[in-house]
Design a protein around this ligand. Structure first.
Ligand SMILES: [Zn+2]
Length: 246
């Protein structure tokens, strides 16, 4: 099978067939320009999913990213939640909402892709390099509350994807020089483990907990089961209910 002119492996083909079979509308692959900020992106248009990807990267990274974005289309189709920026142009809030959504949804996307024997040593390596450089500088630039909040949720994904022997030294430095961030990350890590990130309801509970803990209900909402949840009270009402009855 070829996608955007590039050959993909049998494993990637199996993955794409499996996870596009339950999509609720057509999908198309499109090439992202080199100037795009992400390696891959999912567009949820009214009549189709547009799965965008850059083509100038190594083959293993290309098919990993492709499958990762296909999984995001699947997540949209089966009702995983979304975090919505309600701040009307506060750049920090916009960034935080995007990162919260993508970090939580990426946990199961990356697991799913790896379970098909697909690995990526290119995009992941860049992300790991960033976190390792941050740790090597003793998190010097993490010097305000916003940066701390953002790091606490970025670590959820970075630590999830890093090997145990690489993860522990980073956490040791963090706990020594930024104990407040370490405590917040550890708290969120427990919430992720308890709720499970591989179901729509688990992700909804995790996102709501984090928005509440950081105090962002005035600026963020969660889209879940065709509802827009905009307050802690509404979140508490919904997080205990069965999604089928919402
Ligand atoms: Zn993603």
């Amino acid at each position: 099978m070829k996608v955007l002119g590039k050959h993909i492996s049998d494993n990637a083909e199996r993955f794409i067939k499996e996870f596009t079979s339950s999509l609720n509308k057509p999908f198309h692959f499109v090439e992202l320009p080199e100037s795009a900020p992400q390696w891959g992106r999912i567009g949820n248009n009214p009549g189709e999913y547009l799965i965008g990807i850059k083509t100038k990267m190594p083959d293993d990274a290309f098919e990993f990213t492709l499958c990762h974005e296909v999984f995001h289309a699947y997540q949209l189709a089966v009702g995983f939640p979304n975090v919505i920026d309600e701040s009307e142009n506060l750049p920090d809030i916009k960034e935080f909402c995007e990162r919260l959504r993508s970090n939580i949804l990426d946990l199961s996307a990356d697991d799913a892709v790896r379970s098909y024997g697909l690995y990526d040593t290119f995009v992941m390596k860049r992300r790991f390099t960033q976190i390792m450089e941050l740790a090597a500088s003793e998190f010097a630039i993490i010097n305000n509350q916003y940066a701390k909040d953002l790091l606490s949720i970025d670590l959820l994904l970075d630590m999830h994807n890093l090997d145990e022997n690489k993860k522990q030294p980073i956490l040791d430095i963090l706990s020594r020089v930024r104990s407040d961030v370490f405590a917040l990350y550890s708290e969120f890590h427990v919430i992720i483990t308890e709720n499970g990130y591989d179901s729509p309801k688990g992700c909804f509970n995790i996102m709501g907990y984090i928005i509440n803990r950081i105090g962002l209900w005035n600026h963020c909402s969660i889209e879940y089961c065709n509802k827009n949840i905009r307050s802690y009270q509404r979140f508490k009402e919904y997080c205990t209910r069965n999604p089928m009855t919402i």
